[in-house]
Design a protein around this ligand. Sequence first.
Ligand code: FAD
Length: 450
Amino acid sequence: MSPETITVDYLIIGAGATGMAFADALLSESGDTMAVVDRNHAPGGHWTVSYPFVRLHGPSNVYGVHSRPMPSDSIGASLASRHEVLDYYDRIMRDVLLASGRVTYLPMHDVADVHPGRPAIAQARSLVNGVTTEIIVRKRVVDASYVNVTVPAMNRPSYGIEDGVPVVPVNQLVELGGAPERFTIVGAGKTGLDACLWLLDHGVDPDRVRWIAPRDAWLVNRSHDGAEPQFRELTKLHGHDSVDAAIGVLEELGLVLRRDVAVTPSAFRCATVSSTELGQLRQIENVVRLGRVRRMDSAGVHLEGGSITTPPGTVYIDCSADGLTQKSPRPVFEDGSIALQPLLPCLVAPSAAVIAKLECLDLDDTARNRLAPPAENPRTARDLLSFYGTRMERLHRWSGSPALFEWLLGSRLSAGLFDLHEMAHPDNRATAAALAAHLGNVLNRDSVAV
Ligand SMILES: Cc1cc2nc3c(=O)[nH]c(=O)nc-3n(C[C@H](O)[C@H](O)[C@H](O)COP(=O)(O)OP(=O)(O)OC[C@H]3O[C@@H](n4cnc5c(N)ncnc54)[C@H](O)[C@@H]3O)c2cc1C
């Protein structure tokens, strides 16, 4: 079949949370045209393949797009279900993007080839009928696949599994039937937490659940309701000059929680829990802390730190994918291209919307990049300091740009910046900047000491 050609101002590769937030903000801030291309059949990225009982891991009011609230925004910290997220993105695509007449959506298409230049020329090939659409891009090619999310449905486990060992991906937990005698959850990330909570919610006795947790992680307390604005609460970190002491203060403030009071977590991956969920998780006492699984066979499970046997009737639930991998940071704005990356750790939607707003402001790319330094998603416990420090730094940086600040104040997505409105006062801006600098110093000093 012969190729088709379309001409647009922007090509957005990826219709996940990042691409959708960018497209929506660009649409409302400009008169430009765009093509949104995705390999999946529907918008929403990894949500289209995630396990059925997955919910947002953070409040809905910092997720989605700028122009429309998510249905559960009004219920405060309630977490939207997968159905809600997918329905939301479907409506944004149909009722906002396509309804504008300025967006061409190519689902089930793979962008394999982009020739940079002005204009850039890209080829999007249909994964269904093989027809290639040539896309001539007048302004920029936007990479909305940079965050690189992996969920268990996308990959096989990285450990070896002997034939016959009953290991199922978390997506199949709802299909098991037959009420297995015992469950072993493999993985202590947010997916592992979700699987444990799902079993307990369905009345499985905690004694029938064993949890292989290579590393304990700090958890953000979703039930935290501080008496003061967060930037002021965090001033209690001043005077604490080691990473451990600073984390101790975060825990005392109730901002972060640990699953087991006797274990100091070594990881932090932005997972959140409510106090109710934490109480449930603490009912599971059989936690295996022997590192990562290397192999499973008929004799049992072989981990980095030793082996355990398999009690009869056990089903293993694989929750081991790393949902927060990230490519190396690079400048967001480059000649003819934009690489969408988190500007706030773990908050991809507000970040993408801010980048779209910056694109529409009358700035050059040097100024845009100054307002859009990429942030790395956290991995270890010490990254808790940069998680909070980056937020403080961005509060200061973004409130220093009147046009961006005004837009943020009116955007539903700025809820993730907590005390943004407080930044109208110069003293508060100075406090945020001092906190960010203090946390940066603690991290530097501590790494020199190491
Ligand atoms: C289970 C889970 C829950 C989470 N909950 C939250 C939360 O509550 N709050 C939060 O802020 N973050 C959360 N995250 C973090 C995550 O970063 C975001 O949820 C977000 O959905 C990531 O979206 P994305 O668009 O960057 O990536 P993806 O969802 O991976 O989307 C990228 C898209 O790009 C497409 N694509 C890639 N390359 C090409 C190509 N060459 N051609 C065509 N298409 C291409 C893919 O098909 C895919 O649809 C969660 C992550 C997970 C795994």
